[in-house]
Ligand binder design. Structure first.
Ligand code: PLP
Length: 408
């Protein structure tokens, strides 16, 4: 082994020792509640395909038609080789769906967060994050070189303290403009399923003259009268400067988006490096996402939502009766907190034995000692399947938080 490989092997050994080793599990079927893994059919409770659209005939059909019309590849960045009509059609559909002036599609939500944050905020500015925001937001914040302030999860007092500090701080900037503050939060948090107090955050950002970006990755398609997201449900959409989301979750496809004013979008086309310096999304992904945006707003979208929420009620009621403490937030993400990394891995393995696939989520995705089974439900699950999960869980973990203690 050469020095490079030997060093990496040592680091991997340490990752294993901490119970943090990750590996890919090959699936030989489409994403759905039934997954074919290592020759076995498992019931899948791990995906973010909340509305069960990832293998929906309408999305598949739209992808196929886009390939026939525009081909498989997109050639280059949209600023270099021309911008395919399918991306414009998606952006028009997204802007109409979100009721904003304009939208811009990126190849992933990760790229969208990175592109917009680094375009809007520079090293003389301040970025304020909820402690539990997604890695893509943290990475983007670091990239800007801006002063980074973190408030405890959903802690409005701490957020206000920070905003007060930003206002008092007499900033000596090297640029011509004055220092700006951007607050970034998720609306529905990815690993806990709880909600940000968006109304209160909007009041605070207005009081202190900050800007607000909200990541609706786990809310788009699921909340609000038109299923635009939690901002719609809480009636604060108009007060948010930057709304972001992904098309890889409830929208069943892939890609990220930013919605907001026409000026914001025009600015991003000129300044967002992950947009400018990256090949455009493939036509199939944009076309599928556009079909999903339409489907979500149709009666079928509503019916799928209703079914999902009834499954969530069913599972949460069952778990509560078995002693699990769960939040009251209506969310398709149900974290079953186990604690130790090794215990969470053992629980996931026991469930796999009984035909259930559910991931053990560990550090660094969540804090150390907060390892969990992250249960996600989708509109493609049936009530019987939800029951099967419940039966398997109660035999694998007869008592919450505890069973399967690994010996020290
Ligand atoms: C998944 C996720 C992203 C990234 O979106 P991708 O399209 O998967 O890159 C961003 N933010 C949150 C909160 C997410 O859960």
């Amino acid at each position: 082994m050469n020095d490079f490989t030997a060093e990496l092997a040592l680091r991997l050994e340490e990752i294993r020792r901490q119970g943090l080793y990750r590996e890919l599990r090959r699936v030989d079927s489409p994403q759905s509640p039934r997954a074919r893994m290592a020759g076995r059919d498992l019931l899948n409770f791990s995906s973010n395909d909340y509305l069960g659209l990832a293998n929906h005939p309408r999305l598949n059909e739209a992808s196929i038609r886009a390939v026939e019309r525009f081909g498989s590849g997109s050639g280059a960045s949209r600023l270099i080789c021309g911008s395919l009509a399918c991306h414009h059609e998606l952006e028009e559909a997204l802007a109409a769906f979100k009721n904003t002036e304009a939208a811009l599609a990126f190849s992933s939500g990760y790229a969208a967060a990175n592109g917009v944050i680094a375009a809007v905020i520079g090293k003389d500015d301040i970025i304020v994050l909820d402690k539990l925001v997604h890695a893509c937001i943290i990475d983007a914040a670091r990239l800007t070189g801006a002063k980074l302030r973190i408030f405890a999860h959903n802690d409005l007092n701490e957020l206000e303290d920070i905003l007060r500090w930003t206002n008092q701080r007499a900033v000596a900037t090297t640029s011509a403009r004055s220092s700006r503050t951007l607050i970034v939060t998720e609306s529905v948090f990815s690993m806990d399923g709880d909600f940000a107090p968006l109304r209160e955050i909007v009041s605070l950002k207005e009081k202190y003259g900050a800007w607000l970006m909200v990541d609706e990755a786990h809310a788009t398609g699921l909340y609000g009268k038109n299923r635009r997201g939690l901002a719609e449900e809480l009636q604060v959409s108009e007060n948010i400067e930057i709304q972001m989301g992904t098309m890889g979750k409830a929208l069943g496809s892939a890609g990220g988006y930013i919605t907001g004013s026409r000026t914001l979008i025009e600015y991003l086309i000129n300044r967002a490096r992950t947009f400018i310096f990256s090949t455009a999304p493939v036509p199939a992904a944009s076309a599928a996402a556009r079909a999903a945006v339409e489907l979500v707003q149709s009666p079928e979208g509503l019916a799928r939502n209703n079914h999902l929420w009834s499954l969530v009620d069913q599972i949460k009621n069952g778990l509560r009766q078995n002693g699990w403490t769960l939040s009251d937030f209506p969310s398709a993400i149900v974290p079953l907190i186990i604690g130790a990394e090794a215990d969470a891995l053992a629980a996931a393995a026991a469930l796999r034995e009984s035909g259930i696939y559910i991931p053990a989520i560990r550090y660094p995705t969540v804090a150390r000692g907060q390892a969990r089974l992250r249960l996600t439900l989708t509109a493609a699950h049936t009530s019987e399947e939800a029951d099967r999960f419940f039966q398997a869980l109660t035999s694998a973990l007869p008592t919450p938080h505890s069973a399967l203690r690994t010996s020290p």
